[in-house]
Design a binder for this molecule. Structure first.
Ligand SMILES: Cc1cc2nc3c(=O)[nH]c(=O)nc-3n(C[C@H](O)[C@H](O)[C@H](O)COP(=O)(O)OP(=O)(O)OC[C@H]3O[C@@H](n4cnc5c(N)ncnc54)[C@H](O)[C@@H]3O)c2cc1C
Length: 388
């Protein structure tokens, strides 16, 4: 079967679906087809994410993306309502807190200046102030913290479904099939061939395949510096509840934790070999997370694992940031991938930005050009210091 459409999006996760929604919402009149290989999203990164939202980044483009995302997530339930049903995303603005010790306090001071310059209400907290946020916190080895009360965490699956439902309502067509190959001819993209043998022609193909983006691109002769990296999250219960709801808190060791309902989730970017792998280990909690957690908050000493899971970062090995825009060597081939650990907060801004770039040829709301593919060849990397 051969079919002609106007726009193909490969991957219907939060990024592909946000782009589909924005294109249609902003007036793109052609047929938008989204190919998604798994309608349960069992292994996609989005539902496996920690859902952290922060403006506390160290690069202007990432701060601006989050500033934009914050406004959108605050009104998401109403903006994305379908047939009167609100698109609730459980956005809890309980704050985001990086704990500082003597090694990283200086770097937080610099980050704080940049964040304030962009209008982020970031605060440099004194050690004594930390206990007003987390009364049980053990602070002996700390110097303070970098905190933003507007930030917090949300439910990633609901955000993705919000975009999916709205994109469908606006006419986006989800086809639950796997794209096998991107077709190109004389420096132009021509469409895709599916695993089932069908081919679809289109003048624009957007690669939003998450951890599978590099494999797909490589097959079309367009390698990307992205690898899949396993990241584990453990959910646990504690016997003595905390006095207050937690901000998403990052210990100086890199271990993070936050509330998830009445229990907690925690994780850490351990060193792993790249690859597609989804097993999780209790020993990861017992050996790497628990010793840090129990030292930081005494209530965490009596912790009981409830469950765990692993998901994949689409890790950009060059600068750990997204690759956004058209490929310089292949007309009509756009990329929105390589988000590493911060794609959830960037989904609204990336959707808006790519919609503008594709429809009008330029960015209008946010300048995402620093994240262009060409930065690798010209050595203009956007190195993000605040990676979790
Ligand atoms: C453990 C973990 C914690 C995280 N924590 C945070 C956080 O706190 N804050 C934050 O902002 N971000 C976080 N992230 C990152 C964030 O989840 C991702 O950046 C984001 O979900 C990426 O969305 P995506 O749509 O690009 O990818 P995905 O959600 O993986 O979607 C890609 C989709 O493409 C489909 N697909 C792939 N190949 C094909 C093909 N050939 N044909 C058809 N379909 C295809 C897949 O099935 C998948 O559904 C975390 C990620 C993980 C794994």
């Amino acid at each position: 079967m051969k079919k002609q459409v106007d726009m193909i999006i490969v991957g219907g996760g939060v990024i592909g679906s946000s782009i589909a929604y924005h294109l249609l919402q902003d007036g793109f009149e052609g047929e938008v087809t989204i190919f998604e290989k798994d309608n349960t999203y069992a292994f996609a990164s989005t539902p496996r994410s920690a859902g952290g939202f922060r403006q506390l980044f160290t690069t202007s483009v990432n701060i601006q993306l989050s500033r934009y995302g914050l406004q959108k997530y605050k009104t998401f339930p109403e903006d994305m309502a379908v047939d009167g049903g609100l698109a609730n995303i459980d956005f809890k603005q309980r704050g985001y807190l990086f704990l500082a010790n003597k090694e990283n306090i200086e770097s937080f001071r610099k980050q704080h200046q940049l964040q304030r310059k962009h209008g982020v209400p970031a605060e440099l907290l004194m050690k004594e102030e930390l206990c007003s946020i987390i009364p049980e916190l053990h602070t002996d080895d700390l110097r303070g913290g970098l905190y933003c009360s507007e930030d917090g965490y949300l439910d990633p699956y609901s955000v993705m479904q919000g975009y999916v439902r709205k994109a469908k309502q606006l006419g986006g067509r989800y086809v639950y099939e796997e794209v096998d190959t991107i077709i190109k001819e004389r420096g132009r993209v021509r469409g895709v061939i599916l695993k089932n043998g069908d081919s679809y022609k289109a003048p624009v193909v957007i690669n939003c395949a998450g951890p599978w983006a590099a494999e797909l691109s490589e097959k079309a002769g367009m390698p990307l510096p992205i690898v899949p990296l396993k990241r584990q999250i453990i959910q646990f219960n504690i016997a003595d509840p905390l006095k207050k709801e937690l901000p998403l808190t990052i210990d100086p060791s890199g271990v993070y934790f936050r509330h998830e309902g009445s229990s907690l989730i925690t994780g850490y970017s351990e060193k792993v070999r790249p690859g597609i792998e989804f097993s999780w280990q209790r020993s990861f909690f017992e050996e790497q997370l628990w010793p840090v957690l129990a030292k930081r908050i005494a209530n965490f000493e009596r912790a009981k694992i409830k469950r765990g899971w692993a998901g994949l970062y689409s890790h950009n090995i060059k600068d750990q940031n997204a690759i956004i825009g058209e490929h310089p060597q292949l007309n009509g081939y756009y990329m929105a991938c390589g988000f590493s650990g911060h794609g959830m907060q960037q989904a609204p801004g990336v959707g808006k930005g790519l919609s503008e770039l594709i429809r009008t040829g330029k960015y209008e709301t946010l300048d995402l050009s620093p994240l262009r593919f060409e930065r690798f060849a010209s050595n203009e990397l956007i190195v993000e210091g605040g990676i979790v």
